[in-house]
Design a protein around this ligand. Structure first.
Ligand code: FAD
Length: 400
């Protein structure tokens, strides 16, 4: 099969989907992205793009745009809820990894990718929710909730942690499960945070308590971004997610984080909106592809947010899959998808397990377990520091 005129149907216009469409264009294929929501829908809180993810955006010519709208997160600090400093070390130096980590609103990443699709004339259709798949000859047909359909030579499920493509591909496969933590977050103008200094922006400051966790750092364009993980036995229902008021959430957060070091209380008090989500996980998938359909990003390997790597590895997937589909290599789609899975699986599964381990440290701990965790972290960080993240940050996808 020649890759010329090969057309991809991409389900999901979050991070992996648009990035894949852009890389496929570079590879000489065509693609259309189908997104369930409308373009204007609000899309939540803040995000760290790690150096490995920023290197992928650099390959798309987008890293500068992202950097100017975000904050360079060059350091990482850990403390406990009493304010005892546990460690501070570089968060991936640009000299070492080619790019710095950047923190910014998730919406900015979406806008940047979507604007670039438009600039390059790559189609993205909104309000197209995948419901079913069928096969006609050598083509895959995607069927949408509005009764329309789209066909292509192959289909990529980049439809996130609740992937419909995954359900259709692996009906007996692992299901989504609640991780025992809820995620909350928001943004506050720097001018409203007493004592905030310009040098505070670049440090991802993590505070670990007996139950729960609080992080903050610069979020680009004069904002401070914060996020909190709270242990909760039951996940929030759909109704609670929709109806819980900012004031109720603020009250809960102020109670859980009472007495934690400044500026945590000020961030909670000054936040206009508080985004909320259940943190979910999915068991390891037995397979990421079947026939002419393949999964990438969270659809293939959802990971808890604890590692701050989900978006970056979704970007890596996009670039690597497109690199395999270029030119002569793409003789057999099933072979390409099998190679994609084989090469990507070890890295992402290591991150999934790492994310779960980190999540367990944010759940309710006894005072002794808390003391032990603090000792362990300060020794480990002082021995390892930045080297600990080396394997995550130094990963590169070859294109040329
Ligand atoms: C609270 C929280 C904090 C996080 N923080 C970080 C962080 O700091 N750094 C980091 O790297 N990662 C972080 N992550 C993880 C990161 O958000 C994901 O790993 C990343 O968004 C995955 O990209 P994706 O494109 O695979 O999926 P998504 O970004 O979820 O995109 C999937 C898209 O598919 C669309 N879609 C869904 N179903 C359908 C359908 N049936 N038909 C059509 N379209 C559909 C969705 O609307 C969405 O636009 C965090 C996650 C959470 C929950």
């Amino acid at each position: 099969m020649s890759t010329r005129n090969t057309h991809a149907v991409i389900i999901g216009g979050g991070i992996a989907g648009p990035a894949l469409a852009l890389f496929l264009k570079k590879a000489g294929l065509t693609a259309t992205v189908y997104e369930a929501y409308s373009r204007s829908d609000s899309i939540g809180g803040g995000l760290q793009l790690a150096p490995n993810g920023m290197n992928i955006l650099e390959a798309l010519g987008l890293s500068e745009r992202i950097r100017t709208k975000g904050t360079l997160a060059t350091e990482m600090g850990f403390q406990n809820h009493r304010g005892t400093k546990l460690a501070r070390f570089p968060n991936g130096r640009v000299e070492k990894y080619g790019q710095s980590a950047v923190t910014l609103p998730r919406a900015v990443v979406h806008e940047t990718l979507r604007d670039e699709l438009e600039r390059q004339g790559v189609r993205m259709e909104y309000q197209k929710r995948l419901t079913a798949l069928s096969y006609e000859g050598q083509e895959v047909v995607a069927h949408f909730e509005d009764g329309t359909s789209a066909r292509g030579d192959f289909l990529v499920g980049a439809d996130g942690i609740r992937s419909r493509t995954r359900e259709l591909l692996l009906p007996e496969g692992p299901k989504l499960f609640y991780s025992g933590l809820i995620g909350l977050g928001g943004f506050v103008p720097e001018s409203q945070v007493p004592g905030w200094r310009a040098e505070d922006r670049s440090c991802l400051q993590m505070t670990l308590g007996r139950g729960g966790f609080f992080g903050y750092c610069g979020g680009g364009e004069g904002r401070v971004m914060w996020w909190s993980n709270l242990p909760r036995a039951e996940e929030l229902t759909r109704e609670e997610l929709a109806t819980l008021s900012t004031e109720e959430l603020r009250k809960t957060l102020l109670t859980v984080h009472a007495g934690w070091p400044a500026p945590i209380e000020a961030l909670l008090t000054q936040s206009q909106d508080i985004v909320r989500t259940n943190i979910h996980d999915v068991g390891l998938l037995p397979k990421w592809h079947r026939g002419r359909v393949v999964l990438i990003g969270d659809a293939a390997h959802a990971m808890s947010p604890n590692t701050g790597q989900g978006a970056s590895v979704a970007l890596e997937d996009s670039m690597y899959l497109a690199s395999l589909l270029r030119g002569e290599a793409a003789v057999d789609l099933e072979q390409v998808f099998a190679r994609f899975e084989r090469d990507r699986r070890p890295r992402v599964e290591r991150l999934i397990l790492e994310g779960r381990r980190m999540g367990d440290q944010k759940k309710m701990l006894s005072p002794f377990a808390c003391w032990l965790r603090d000792r362990f972290l300060s020794v480990m960080f002082s021995l390892m520091g930045e080297r600990m993240n080396d394997w995550q940050f130094k990963y590169r996808v070859a294109w040329d």
